[in-house]
Structure formats: C-alpha cells, structure tokens
Design a protein around this ligand. Structure first.
Ligand code: UT7
Length: 318
C-alpha cells in the first residue's frame, strides 16, 4: 500500500455541559475564593455534567457538533480513537466502542490513556493507523467527566477541573501538508505525583511538582519540534497547549523566550478538562475564525504518567 501524501485535521467539534459553576459557587463548597483561584490558575468558571450524563454522552455531542459544522456524515467515519481518563466503564467496553455503536461505525475503535496528554497520544495513534492503511480516517476524541473523580472537599484540586469533550476528524489527503511531526514522551518516575486514587476514585496531585514538570516539558517540546522542522519560534502562528494553569503558560513563555500571545488560552471558562482541553480549544478557535489556511499550529500537552508530547501541523481549511 502506498502511504498517504498527507494526514490532516479536516473538521472539529466540541461540547461543554450547560451547567456552569463559578468560583464564587466553589467558595460555597470549600474554603476558597474567586481571587485565589483566578490569580493562581486563571480559572473563572467550569462546566459540570449532569449526574446521568457520561463521558460517551459528552463525546457524542462533540461528534454531532463536528458533523453539523462540517457537513460530513456518520457513515463516512471509519475509525474512532478516544482519549479519556474517565471512561464510562473502568475496564471495558471502551468509550470508543460505545461511540462506534451510536454512530454505526464498524472500523477500529479504541481508547488511549495518557492523562491530560491523551489527545496528543490519540492523534498520533490515529495518524499511525491511517498511515499503515488500517483505517482511512478517524474521529479523534478527547472527552472527560472529571467531576466524577474530583474530591469535592479538597480545595487543592476541586477548583481546578471541569467536564467537556472535543474532537477532530483526521484523514488522508492527496494534497497539502497536514501533520508534519510529533513527539511523545513519558517520565514515569513522576507517576505518583498525579493519580486517580484506585480506592477513593479521587484525583490526587502534588501540584508544585506537576507545575515544574509542565513548564519544562511544554517548553522543551515546542523548542524541539520547531528546531527539527527548521521553524523559528516566530514562525509558529498558534501554540495550543493543554489548559491546566495560565501561570504555567506564562512561566514557560518567559523561560523559553516564546511570545505569550501565540498561545491560545480558554482555561478561564472551562478549567482543566484533561484530554478534552486541546480539541475544545481548537474548536473554539475555528468558530472564531482564528485558524487560517497554511498556518503553523503546534499542539502541546502534559499530564499524568507523567507524559508529555506535541504535534506540529499545517492547518488546512476544508
Ligand atoms: O493537567 C495536569 C494537572 N495539573 C496541573 O497541571 C496542576 C499543576 N499545578 C498547579 O497548577 C499549581 O501548583 C496549583 C494551582 C495546583 C497550586 O498553585 P500554587 O501556587 O502551587 O499553590 P500551593 O499549592 O503552593 O498553595 C499555596 C497556598 C497553600 O496555603 P499555605 O500552605 O501557603 O497556607 C494552599 O493550602 O494556597 C492554598 N490553597 C488554596 N487557597 C485557596 C490551595 N488551594 C487553594 C484554594 N483556595 N483553592
């Protein structure tokens, strides 16, 4: 089989539950306040799913948004790769299979677990499966119902997270550049610093060490992907980072000499939605008309594992 000329993101979609919880409302639950949350993280509010609304429901709504916006049909979908830390079923079936059933898709369907780097890992998994001909296109989804694994009594973590889903359609094309390069890494010695405790089913985190890890690995990923593709940092039109803390981005931009305006941030309205944060941001950027033909876009994530990684691509309008 001849490898495809290029593999591109050709459509995007997103969904955030309608229920919004503000920082003031969080202050009614735990000893916190709007000023602390905003100044330490940049978060103003988060979307929280209803009790009966599961990760696959959020993902399905994001896919409906993608199909509506792109005019594509569910029957055109071949494979489904879902990044999530909060699958409907802790073991099996995978969230991707639940979505495949709802979409009537019969191609490969699998979940990827890489914490908040999940979307980057899922994108690369899908790209590889398309490149070798296992599937002709794929929905790559990042979806999380983190409200189910938040300890709502722990102010150190409960203010940081939200629920949501985003997705892209990835497909082989005869023209254009699409995904140029990617980098996937794990520093597993740090795995204990960010977990979903198996007994309590709650997120536990050593915030300071994850913060330092994030600043360093985001910076190194951006520099490395730019350098090995002969791009100056000023030639990157957009950097779309995992949205965990506005201060992480500011510190990274300062340390590595990257213009902060190149980072797209929407953490103020969604908080940290883990694997969903990058596709949620991409979807919003497309809605706002910020993504234009031929732009260099670098996606970069970090999270539990500890994992990190990035994807460098040329944006194509379809
Ligand atoms: O997606 C990947 C997952 N996570 C992350 O990327 C998170 C990375 N880490 C961070 O973003 C930051 O470390 C946090 C936002 C989690 C914390 O910010 P910080 O500036 O590192 O604060 P800290 O943990 O050093 O805490 C400072 C103080 C403490 O009080 P004392 O001990 O100085 O009296 C905390 O108890 O802030 C207190 N604190 C709070 N106060 C009000 C912690 N959480 C809160 C809160 N409201 N919600």
């Amino acid at each position: 089989m001849k490898p495809p000329h290029s593999i591109q993101i050709t459509a995007v979609g997103a969904y955030a539950p309608s229920k919004v919880i503000t920082n003031d409302e969080m202050a009614e639950l735990v000893d916190t306040n709007d000023e602390w949350i905003k100044s330490h993280t940049g978060i103003a509010e988060r979307h929280i799913a209803e009790k009966g609304e599961l990760t696959s429901d959020l993902a399905y709504k994001a896919i409906e948004d993608l199909l509506r916006r792109s005019g594509r049909k569910a029957t055109e979908i071949d494979g489904i790769v879902v990044a999530t830390a909060t699958p409907d079923f802790p073991g099996f079936p995978s969230t991707a299979c639940l979505l495949a059933e709802r979409l009537g898709s019969k191609g490969p369907a699998l979940d990827v677990s890489a914490g908040c780097t999940g979307f980057i890992y899922a994108l690369e998994t899908a790209r590889a499966l398309i490149a070798v001909g296992t599937m002709k296109n794929a929905l790559v989804v990042g979806a999380e119902k983190l409200s189910d694994v938040i300890n709502w009594e722990d102010r150190n973590t409960c203010v940081l997270f939200g629920d949501g889903a985003g997705c892209v359609l990835l497909e082989a094309k005869e023209e254009g550049v699409g995904i140029q390069d990617s980098l996937l890494k794990a520093e597993a010695a740090g795995s204990a610093s960010l977990t979903i405790d198996p007994k309590e089913r709650h997120i536990t985190m050593d915030g300071r060490s994850v913060y330092s890890f994030a600043v360093r690995t985001i910076g190194e990923t951006i520099i490395s992907l730019a350098e090995r593709n002969n791009l100056k940092l000023t030639e990157l039109d957009w950097i779309v980072p995992h949205q965990a803390n506005q201060r992480i981005i500011a510190a990274c931009a300062k340390r590595y000499g990257i213009d902060q305006d190149r980072f797209y941030l929407n953490i103020d309205r969604y908080a940290n939605t883990s694997a969903a944060s990058i596709p949620l941001a991409l979807s919003e950027m497309q809605h706002k008309g910020l993504l234009k033909e031929g732009q260099s876009v670098l996606l970069v994530g970090f999270g539990a594992g500890l994992t990190y990684g990035g994807t460098l691509l040329t944006w194509h309008q379809s």
